[in-house]
Design a protein around this ligand. Structure first.
Ligand code: BGC
Length: 508
């Protein structure tokens, strides 16, 4: 069976090193390891979800951002501008700047010391950040706390997806990878619930919200002491015997030699490349690198985090009262979790391209419709009627739904499966840091953009969604059922555009 680019796409199972069923049982120990490690996703999600609700709380604003609070209370306030404050946005975005810088350091720690200590370090930073933000007395304490949390995110997001993929049996790798995103969405949902509960706890509800980040951080910390180191990391660091023993333990069977040989082979090839970052700059590395980076840019410019960070603020903008707006973001949080489950099921059946394209259409319609409603009905100083506001919430839910089964998980999955082994961790570090960079940009700019562009901000996102649809249509090859180790030959060298990059340095 061939796709429209003439690439061979396997309809059924392909018996290659990558999809060959290595004997394994899903042992209780390995499931516990996945769940414990996935708490890293929970931490990331909690951080995403908590800041929007906290920045909409009056007690928090009075303590740290009195000017914003005054503007919010002012009778003649402008709907679109009441939260436009660079410092307030810095509260949200500083975390992502720290994560961006630290993900490169994390990739080095991960290679040199292993996944387990990197996850332990992530949890230590998370714990420090959670404690400091709950105890914050001034803005600087708050920003330093956010930076600590950000370093935790940088370390966690580099190590956890790698850890999950490396200990997953090869035939479940896609679904296990999406487990990380599933926990991210659960973290966001949990944060929305917490904010809903703490809103009425005056005057310290915000401290409870920020401090409760310590719960998933503690779980991750305990988890990181219990989980195993991955066989690949042990072999990479010269501990072959321990690697073989660990592989037997996590697979729950004795016949692990063929899988172990593959790990050793892959690790030898990878070790021959002394400078993965240099190799990444070669022409032949460009296709997966460009795709890995562009997926992150596009993922953020769908406008998802304008909703995830600022949903309560956004819903207040369209006229909901405080608790109604938090409740609405609890609803979008639920939609986010449930729709991610759809992708766990669909990604290997329907394929990546179809999911991404379908979502582009749905997201484009939603963003355009939200923009149009606000443009016509929401002027600077009034609010929407109940029916109009309910319609906006429904559109936001439909938008989140399509993001959650496509660009959310696939933004992380595709970069993890399109790089050849020798540049995989370095390439993935680029994807993580690009994600953080563009998350930072949206976090820092969204409230100002909303103030200046008003309802047109939603048309701005719609225009990006249109562009990303064209990108997927013409430039993103289908990677469903394509074994990772034949990706270069079977996908990149056959693609009408990308094959031009595979000449010159021979694609090696
Ligand atoms: C994105 C986050 C986003 C989340 C929403 C993730 O894939 O990287 O930026 O907030 O999905 O569920």
């Amino acid at each position: 069976m061939t796709n429209k680019f003439g690439c061979h796409i396997a309809g059924g199972k392909e018996m290659t090193a990558e999809t060959e069923d290595y004997p394994s049982k899903i042992t209780l120990y390995v499931v516990v390891c996945w769940i414990l490690a996935a708490f890293g996703g929970l931490m990331f999600g909690y951080d995403i979800g908590i800041s929007g609700g906290v920045t909409a709380m009056d007690d928090f604003l009075i303590k740290f951002f009195p000017k914003v609070h005054e503007r919010k209370m002012h009778a003649k306030e402008n709907n679109y501008c009441k939260y436009d404050d660079q410092n307030l946005q810095l509260f949200t975005s500083s975390l992502y700047l720290a994560a961006l810088v630290s993900s490169f350091a994390a990739s080095k720690v991960c290679t040199k010391f292993g996944r387990k200590p990197t996850i332990l370090l992530a949890s230590a930073f998370f714990l420090g950040g959670a404690a400091l933000s709950a105890a914050a007395q001034n803005l600087w304490m708050l920003i330093i706390a956010r930076i600590l949390l950000g370093i935790g995110v940088g370390f966690g997001n580099e190590a956890v997806p790698l850890f999950l993929s490396e200990i997953a049996p090869v035939q479940h790798r896609g679904a296990v990878n999406i487990l990380f995103q599933l926990f991210v969405t659960i973290g966001i949902f949990f944060a929305n619930l917490v904010n809903y509960g703490t809103l009425k706890m005056h005057p310290y509800g915000w401290r409870v919200s920020l401090g409760l980040a310590g719960v998933p951080a503690t779980m991750l910390c305990i988890g990181s002491l219990i989980i195993t180191e991955t066989p690949a990391s042990l072999v990479e660091r010269g501990k072959e015997l321990a690697g073989h023993k660990t592989l037997k333990k996590i697979r729950g069977v004795d016949e692990v030699d063929s899988e172990f040989d593959q790990i050793v082979r892959a690790s030898k090839i990878a070790q021959e490349v002394k400078h993965p970052f240099k190799k990444l700059m070669k022409l032949s590395s460009m296709p997966p690198l460009i795709i890995g980076i562009m997926l992150q840019v596009f993922q953020q410019f769908t406008g998802i985090n304008a909703i995830m960070f600022y949903a309560p603020v956004l819903f207040q903008t369209v006229g909901f009262k405080n608790d109604a707006s938090l409740l609405s973001s609890v609803i979008t949080g639920t939609v986010n979790v449930l729709s991610t489950l759809v992708s766990v099921y669909a990604v290997d059946k329907i394929g990546r391209r179809k999911l991404l394209l379908q979502a582009c259409i749905q997201m484009f319609i939603c963003q355009t419709a939200i923009g149009a409603i606000l443009l016509v009905h929401l002027h600077s100083k009034d609010s929407l009627t109940k029916t109009q506001a309910a319609f906006v919430v429904t559109l936001v839910c439909l938008f989140v739904m399509s993001f959650a089964w496509s660009w959310g998980p696939l933004g992380w999955l595709i970069p993890s499966e399109t790089f050849p082994l020798e540049t995989r961790t370095a390439g993935f570090a680029f994807a993580v840091s690009s994600n953080m960079l563009f998350t930072f940009i949206i976090a820092q700019a969204f409230l100002s953009m909303m103030c200046h562009l008003r309802a047109s901000i939603f048309f701005f996102f719609a225009a990006w969604i249109f562009a990303m649809g064209l990108f997927v249509l013409f430039l993103l090859p289908e990677t469903k059922n394509v074994p990772i180790d034949v990706m270069v030959d079977r996908v990149w060298k056959k693609h009408p555009v990308w094959k031009r990059f595979m000449v010159g340095d021979g694609g090696s």
